[in-house]
Design a protein around this ligand. Structure first.
Ligand code: GAL
Length: 403
């Protein structure tokens, strides 16, 4: 028990520095966080080739006793390694015993990971679900064992076993992507619009699309944009607000499954199916950075495509380089330092018997989950330095051609 007050002091100062850095107020801690994020990306490819293991563990005590367990969806996208690095730093600095496990795209592994952490005594589990619906069973077991469940970044749906949700503003992500296409499209009308979405198992994919549709739909309805690759979206083009089922139908056609290989083959198929009238100067809604890079590569090699504008999300290092090189138009920066810090602060409150502070709620189909929401930042070539380098997220030396 005494330990907790020491944790409180140490963690409070760590959180303060991290939050200051996230707001651009603390250069020193920003540099530390930067190296964590950078290390995460640097180790991504090494880990992918060196290990096919579905799990990575960190900071366990000799007894294997875990206070806070973290479950992340996959090591195959650099985004989640950035989050891992932040958790390891914050929880380690605060003296928590913790373990990070990866589910590697499998809901079964995810369930086993939760069971493992519960059996190791985790009082709090922070989980970013591989599949928001399938994860319900895993967290229901954890709840029964008395563990507090914090959904991280992706909401777990149709269960009352989620205590809190820590998230970025996902509607704003989609809205920013859609608005970017509108603001940067060539003038005139009849501009081909290619739509791509995330995985149908990820609640965020629906929210991102909903946000994008909220701004794109009027421009589709008035003929500025013409949908080039989705008959379902075309059929709904006069509807300003879509139901979840309607969004599901569109996602069913244009999902990337968050997988750059799927994104690549879909983009190839769409360009093969379309004639020159659906090429020329085009705009592309790509849901995240991995898919944006592969879709951009496909469009760049089609001689009938004279220019393309493509969105992204996550500020992955490879995409930041694409943005600098003019191969990807923008990315949405979601500062994982803030999201991890918010989760750790919540975990600390729970361990201290306090009610974590939240600022909104999210309906997960069963309950209104108390949530803490973090804003997002649009990054394009002009503000890479300000948002990603000056804030300490990356080092300038990690990129070429940066002014
Ligand atoms: C979403 C997440 C995004 C992106 C995507 C692909 O749930 O919010 O930031 O990483 O998954 O994994």
């Amino acid at each position: 028990m005494k330990k907790k007050s020491i944790f409180t002091l140490v963690l409070a100062s760590v959180l303060l520095t991290v939050l200051l850095a996230a707001c651009g107020g603390g250069n020193t801690s920003g540099a530390q966080s930067e190296s964590s994020a950078s290390k995460a990306e640097a180790s991504a490819s090494a880990e992918a080739s060196a290990s096919t293991s579905t799990e990575a563990s960190t900071a366990t005590t000799a007894s294997g006793d875990v206070q806070v367990g973290i479950v992340l969806p996959t090591k195959d996208e650099p985004r989640w390694l950035q989050d891992q690095a932040q958790f390891e730093k914050l929880l380690g600095d605060a003296g928590f015993t913790s373990q990070v496990l990866f589910s590697q795209g499998s809901s079964a592994t995810e369930k086993t990971n939760v069971e493992t952490l519960v059996s190791q005594g985790a009082q709090v589990i922070v989980i970013c679900a591989q599949d928001g619906g399938a994860a319900a069973a895993a967290v229901e077991d954890a709840k029964k064992a008395g563990t507090t469940v914090i959904a991280y970044d992706r909401l777990i749906t149709d269960t009352d076993a989620v205590d809190y949700y820590v998230t970025f503003n996902s509607f704003a992500v989609g809205e920013a992507q859609g608005q970017y296409l509108i603001d940067n499209a060539p003038s005139g009308s009849g501009i081909p619009l290619y739509l791509y979405a995330g995985a149908a198992t990820d609640n965020n994919a629906f929210i991102f699309f909903e946000g994008a549709w909220s701004v794109l739909q009027p421009k589709i309805a008035d003929g500025t944009f013409v949908i080039a690759n989705s008959s379902e979206a075309e059929a709904l083009k006069d509807k300003a607000e879509l139901s979840r089922d309607e969004i599901g139908k569109i996602i069913g056609q244009v999902t990337t499954d968050w997988d750059f290989n799927v994104a690549k083959s879909k983009a190839e198929a769409h360009l093969t199916a379309n004639g020159a009238d659906m090429k020329g100067d085009v705009v592309i809604l790509a849901p995240n950075d991995g898919t944006a890079r592969s879709i951009a590569d496909v469009f760049a090699t089609d001689s009938d495509v004279s220019s393309y504008i493509v969105t992204g999300q996550d500020a992955e290092k490879a995409s930041v380089q694409y943005v600098i090189d003019g191969k990807q138009s923008m990315t949405v920066f979601k500062d994982t330092r803030t999201l991890a810090a918010d989760s750790v602060a919540m975990a600390l409150d729970v361990l201290n018997g306090k009610t974590p502070s939240t600022d909104t709620t999210y309906d997960n189909g069963k309950i209104e989950v108390p949530a803490k929401e973090t804003p997002i930042i649009v990054v394009e070539k002009d503000n890479v330095s300000k948002e990603l380098i000056d804030s300490g997220y990356y080092e300038a030396s990690e990129f070429t051609g940066l002014n």
